[in-house]
Ligand binder design. Structure first.
Ligand code: HEM
Ligand code: SF4
Length: 574
């Protein structure tokens, strides 16, 4: 990367809110588009079979699904500019079916692109400094981060400079382009984990040591999929100047010892599980000690150059609380609901973080239409320095909204069907595409999410229930994070029928746990009943201030199992 003044990269009237490509990045991405255009031409002419074409398309994020190709676009560390969001909207409208699907790894998926159009789509993305490289294959995937990065009051440091630093290190890393299996990294700099770092191949937590120096706690071997594991600490405090070398050492150990004989045992989580964390730590430390670290010497100038792109926007100096917000809440109960549920504290006085739910009652979790994407882009420009975030919960964040502007913003969102006040509540469901799209699916997941959401359509009931993560996957691959749902739902196939296995007690945060199976599978129709029974039991049992998971932890899994058994015996429809 060339050193340059980030100020020079600003466009008129567009505050800089994320990393900007330099000439090297831009030229590279354009060359990749031209290369792919030629590969697509050869496929369409029949010069390449689908099988021959497969590695080329996967290197560019293009999958083949049940009904069509699917293009997965990376949104590095979940940060988007208004211009990029608008472009995603335009692409969906011009070359897809007018919507996009935001995923749990800060990507956007187009479900219906035509092969012939994909080079144009990639060219259009390149024009706004986006691409689909390394969103597939056995390489280091899109590096994700806390979606409240840079604005959360509980943060030690914005994790995005680190994530961008790692993106540059991992992009086209020749030694790590053919790992035993895919590799996912997530970073958080906060006291509360919103990036699910413990269920990533590597999770990084920015920490301070006793002398106030910033470094990283490095966790390895977390993951979901068919064998879920919580990551284990491999480095307690890795100073920033050692970070790249330390990660390089982990990847080398994994690349060398990770199993290539069985793809189901190839993830680093299995290596950590089979060898034990002590042996892995020793191997990583030995590699770290032996390697020529001069090649990874920390370039603090480069880190600072990157960090400058994420400098705080020019906030106004405001009082900590807004009188107009208080008055607006009194006037409109619907707005008050939204402000209470979807609006979070900001590190700057007078500002707020707004979560825009992509989970309307009965909707498809994570989907946004082109029009909605444009409204979000407009809203971010009017009310938030033109910056947006994508959360792993499949929602959109407006990270810098003045409290005084919340009412106007809410009206704008409401008119676009984007004001569902359910962030973190029972209908804020994470769901993978399942059998409606995915060729690996064993059951549907979207209709299950829709049915649960409709069952709890009464928003005041949802608020009474409080925080509750329902997460649904359409097969054992666990793309919908069901293992870490307080209520997890896994769609399977049994004797030609869909069957749903329910798990309880999953948690993706620093107190991470994998859910425990509740009992035999149930049918699609029974799922909303089961969820409702569980919720009712929790409401009856909970103590002051307890979320669902707290009550489950306190009274234990067996009691929840019992209640379902009893309900079943009483002839309830479960
Ligand atoms: C539709 C095409 C998709 C295919 C073919 C696919 C395939 C897979 C496979 C095979 C795994 C298991 C990997 C392993 O354990 O080694 C996996 C995991 C995962 N996928 Fe997907 N996926 C798709 C879509 C999605 C979507 C839409 C999301 C987000 C909503 C997603 C997010 C994830 C996550 C979070 C995991 C688990 C984390 C981990 O890798 O341990 N995937 N995917
Ligand atoms: S969990 Fe299974 S069904 Fe769902 S997207 Fe992943 S691979 Fe497809």
């Amino acid at each position: 990367m060339t050193a340059h003044d980030p100020e020079a990269m600003r466009r008129p009237n567009a505050p800089m809110t994320t990393y900007r490509y330099d000439e090297y990045d831009a030229a590279f991405v354009s060359e990749r588009v031209a290369e792919f255009r030629e590969q697509v031409r050869r496929r369409l002419s029949g010069a390449l079979t689908e099988e021959e074409f497969r590695p080329f398309r996967l290197m560019n994020g293009l999958y083949l699904q049940l009904h069509a190709y699917m293009l997965r676009v990376a949104i590095p560390y979940g940060t988007l500019t208004a211009r990029q969001m608008r472009r995603l909207a335009d692409i969906a409208e011009k070359w897809d079916k007018g919507y996009g699907h935001f995923t749990t790894r800060q990507n956007l998926q187009y479900n219906w692109p035509k092969l012939v159009d994909t080079p144009d789509i990639l060219e259009s993305l390149a024009d706004v400094e986006m691409h689909a490289i390394q969103t597939s294959g056995n390489c280091i995937r899109n590096v994700t981060a806390d979606h409240f990065a840079g604005v959360a009051p509980d943060e030690i440091e914005d994790p995005r400079p680190t994530a961008e630093f790692l993106r540059q290190w991992s992009s086209l890393h020749s030694e790590f382009s053919f790992l035993p299996r895919k590799f996912k990294i997530a970073v958080t700099g906060a006291a509360h984990d919103r990036a699910a770092i413990l269920v990533h191949d590597i999770g990084l937590r920015i920490v301070k040591n006793d002398t106030g120096e910033i470094g990283y706690q490095v966790v390895v071997g977390g993951g979901l999929g068919r064998s879920p594991f919580i990551g284990k600490v491999v480095g307690d405090f890795v100073p920033r100047e050692d970070l790249l070398a330390f990660l390089e050492a982990i990847l080398r150990v994994y690349n060398r010892f990770g199993r290539r004989d069985n793809k189901y045992k190839a993830r680093v989580k299995i290596l950590v599980h089979e060898k034990g964390i002590d042996e892995i730590r020793a191997a990583v430390e030995a590699e770290f000690a032996a390697m020529d670290r001069s090649a990874f010497a920390h370039d603090s100038e480069e880190f600072e150059r990157i960090a400058a792109f994420f400098a705080p926007p020019p906030y106004d100096s405001l009082p900590a609380t807004s009188a107009s917000l208080r008055a607006a809440k009194l006037e409109s109960p619907a707005f008050a609901n939204f402000a209470d549920v979807n609006v979070g504290a900001h590190k700057m006085p007078g500002y707020a973080i707004v979560t825009v739910s992509l989970k309307p009652i009965g909707g498809v979790p994570g989907d946004a239409t082109s029009d909605q994407m444009r409204v979000l882009a407009d809203a971010s420009e009017r009310f938030g320095f033109g910056e947006l975030r994508v959360s792993h919960e499949q929602n959109i964040i407006l990270p810098h909204v003045k409290q005084d502007d919340l009412l106007t913003l809410w009206r704008m969102l409401d008119a676009a069907g984007l004001a569902t006040a359910n962030a973190g509540l029972v209908s804020d469901i994470i769901s993978c595409p399942g059998l409606d799209y995915c060729s690996l699916a064993t059951a549907r997941s979207i209709p299950i999410a829709q049915a649960i959401s409709k069952r709890f359509s009464d928003m005041s009931r949802q608020r009474r229930i409080g925080k509750l993560g329902v997460k649904i996957s359409g097969c054992i691959n666990a793309c919908g994070h069901h293992h870490v749902g307080a209520i997890g739902i896994l769609g399977l196939e049994k004797k030609g029928q869909e069957s749903y296995q329910i798990t309880l007690g999953g948690d993706p945060t620093f107190s991470a746990s994998i859910g425990e199976i509740l009992g035999p599978g149930v049918t699609a129709e029974q799922v909303p009943d089961v969820v409702e029974h569980l919720v009712d039991y929790y409401l009856a049992e909970r103590e002051e201030g307890e979320a669902f998971i707290d009550t489950w932890r306190r009274i234990g899994h067996a009691r929840f199992k019992d209640v379902l058994r009893r309900e079943g015996e009483d002839g309830a429809d479960i």
